[in-house]
Design a protein around this ligand. Structure first.
Ligand code: DAH
Length: 341
């Protein structure tokens, strides 16, 4: 740089600081050599020439050049640390490569079915409520007209937490809790987990979801009950899905019915999924037993109602043709991803 004054040379070196602070790894290495290289580094040359300058220049240029050398060395160190920080290692990586789209998670197929069912009932005036999973025998059995010597209250089938306290075996106790707390008219759906001493197999699990439903008002008849259930089935499955009410028994309803829907796989002609029946059971239900009303402080002379309880795991299996309930518990991403919309 024979024609350029030492001051201008220093200015040029100082300007390199700006580039240096943003340089990528390759450029940073080049700049280090360009500025501080032992033979041809620009700053090295300036420093080397200081002794040949006139005395008054020598002090100024010498001081500035040394200052600049320190600034450059610290800028190089800083930039190196930044680059290592942002790539997590000292390996060279292409920082301009587009990032992979991150998996943001999705709603589990059973949760999706629960939300869909509750939304359908919301359209016809039901509120979504919940209740405790640790429940007293009183709410889980007695208030629902299930005597403690009934097989349903058996130690064999129920997880006891302490004397008188169980893991609820169904969501029906929330019926009693709601009737005690609110005056009719009542229209609720209650999704939640229930527990039974069952071993895991293709169609059983020791913990599973239920959705309870309860309607209480003056003048609720069996016709309202059938119409409510029919509306739900047609909205959830399809308009042309046939519904069948089969007489049954539950201590908390009278009369009681099990509700069957036309098999979604064979449309009623009979197949392996419905064991050739053409129909599959989706819920227990019935008109609320007057004894339950009495146990919960509601006048059975004035009010009537209907109730139902269904299993969202089972309904999810029906809808998607899933052959084994355990698939819904494994959380195998290869399985679950199939249901992401
Ligand atoms: N609680 C019953 C069970 O877990 C299901 C059920 C049947 C709920 C009839 C009801 C009902 O509300 O009316 O098996």
């Amino acid at each position: 740089m024979p024609d350029v004054s030492p001051n201008d040379q220093l200015e040029a070196v100082a300007r390199s600081l700006i580039e240096l602070r943003e340089a990528d790894r390759t450029r940073l290495a080049e700049l280090k050599v360009e500025l501080l290289g032992r033979k041809a580094g620009k700053l090295t040359q300036i420093l080397r020439a200081v002794s040949t300058l006139a005395p008054e220049e020598r002090r100024n240029i010498g001081r500035r050049a040394n200052q600049l050398k320190q600034e450059i060395e610290s800028a190089i160190g800083g930039r190196q640390a930044e680059l290592i920080d942002c790539i997590g290692s000292s390996e060279a990586r292409d920082l301009t490569m587009p990032a992979r789209d991150a998996w943001r998670g999705a709603v589990h197929p059973v949760t999706a079915v629960i939300d869909e069912i509750c939304d359908i009932f919301r359209e016809i005036g039901f509120s979504r409520v919940s209740g405790p999973e640790a429940e007293t025998e009183d709410y889980n059995f007695t208030k629902l007209n299930i005597p403690l010597d009934h097989p349903a209250a058996d130690m064999q089938d129920t997880f006891f937490l302490s004397p008188g306290v169980v893991l609820r075996t169904h969501t029906s106790p929330v019926q009693a809790r709601t009737m005690e707390q609110y005056a009719p008219p009542i229209r609720i759906v209650v999704p939640g987990l229930v527990y039974r001493r069952d071993a895991f197999d293709a169609s059983h699990a020791p913990v599973f979801e239920q959705i309870e439903g309860l309607v209480v008002d003056e003048g609720i008849s069996f016709v309202d009950f059938k119409a409510g259930i029919d509306y739900f089935v047609k909205r959830f499955f399809s308009k042309d899905t046939a519904v069948r009410f089969r007489p049954s028994y539950f201590p908390f309803t009278e009369p009681s019915a099990e509700v069957d829907v036309q098999c979604q796989v064979c449309k009623g002609s009979g197949c392996a999924t419905c064991h050739q029946a053409g129909y599959l059971e989706i819920m227990g239900s019935g008109m609320v037993h007057p004894a339950v009303f009495e146990n919960c402080g509601i006048d059975p002379e004035r009010y009537t109602g209907y109730a139902f309880g269904m299993g969202p795991h089972r309904i999810t299996m029906l809808r998607h043709g899933i052959p084994d309930i355990r698939l819904l518990y494994d959380n195998d991403m290869r399985f679950l991803r199939q249901f992401v919309e």
